[in-house]
Design a protein around this ligand. Structure first.
Ligand SMILES: [Zn+2]
Length: 267
């Protein structure tokens, strides 16, 4: 009897843990500095950001994401060459006619997405160059220490990039904190360029999965460096994003959990 009770308790605890993850929503609304923002987890590294009637997709990729939730995009941003981020077929399907697609040079070199806007690390497209009227800043994304073998890195410096998406074409509005801003970090460890390029963002969406990016604890320490109002874990396959939330308790940075693995049934 006692043993059976223990087993029952154990099963309830395990199920409650799994349910906690599954019950996280796939979408959340944020009151941004320049107007409301809706963020939707499409899966793993794929995100939809909506504000001011514009739809931005970051890394729409069918590998681990449920793209049936994605709306036709006014702007698509691709962070790197790996197939969980770069999916030319998905881009073709979700791109509104003539919608701009921003890619790093390594993605452009594949020549699989027509009419791309190429941005290298540390660039800004704003004012008359703002794609779809949205200011875009490319923030370096790379590994500092982690790679498949000594002396190698999963993501080499200069190839991939995260993006700050600011919902205004006017740099003056962005600089004076009047535009809603979201930072999607891409596959990266905590790199110094973040402190330089990521400022006053409403939301930061940061990766945490080993061995490719950061641990949840490292990611939490990292966001303390540039202090978004809200931080959302993504790209957390195999990790416990709850540890990220716990590490930021009392920091003044709100953590919102989205279920990035609702369709895959994995974590
Ligand atoms: Zn990835």
């Amino acid at each position: 009897m006692k043993l059976r009770w223990s087993v029952t308790v154990l099963i309830v605890i395990v199920m409650a843990g799994a349910a906690g993850q599954a019950q996280a929503p796939v979408t959340t609304k944020v009151a941004g500095a320049g107007g409301g923002i809706v963020i939707t987890a499409l899966g793993h590294g794929s995100i939809m950001i909506e504000s001011g009637g514009k739809v931005v997709l970051v890394d729409p990729a069918g590998m681990f994401a449920d793209l049936s939730r994605a709306k036709p995009a006014d702007l698509i941003l691709v962070t790197d060459i790996h197939p969980d981020h770069y999916d030319p077929a998905a881009v073709a399907k979700l791109r509104k006619p003539k919608a701009p697609v921003v890619v790093p040079p390594a993605v452009a070199a594949e020549k699989k997405i027509p009419d791309v806007i190429v941005m290298q690390n540390r660039m800004m497209r704003t004012n008359e160059e703002a794609p779809a009227g949205i200011t875009v800043i490319s923030v370096p994304a790379y590994n500092i220490q982690r790679g498949p073998a000594p002396g190698q890195l999963y993501h080499t410096q200069g190839r991939g990039q995260g993006y700050v998406v600011a919902f205004s074409s006017l740099l003056a509005a962005v600089r004076t904190g009047k535009a809603s801003q979201v930072y999607v970090a891409g596959d990266t460890e905590c790199v110094p360029a973040m402190a330089q390029w990521v400022k006053n963002v409403d939301v930061a969406i940061v990766p945490m999965n080993l061995p490719y990016t950061m641990t949840p604890a490292e990611a939490a320490e990292c966001v303390k460096g540039f202090r978004p109002k809200i931080a959302i874990p993504y790209h957390y396959m195999g990790q416990k994003p709850e540890e990220f939330a716990a590490a930021l308790k009392g920091s003044g940075i709100e953590v919102r959990m989205l279920n990035f693995y609702a369709s895959a049934g994995t974590k």
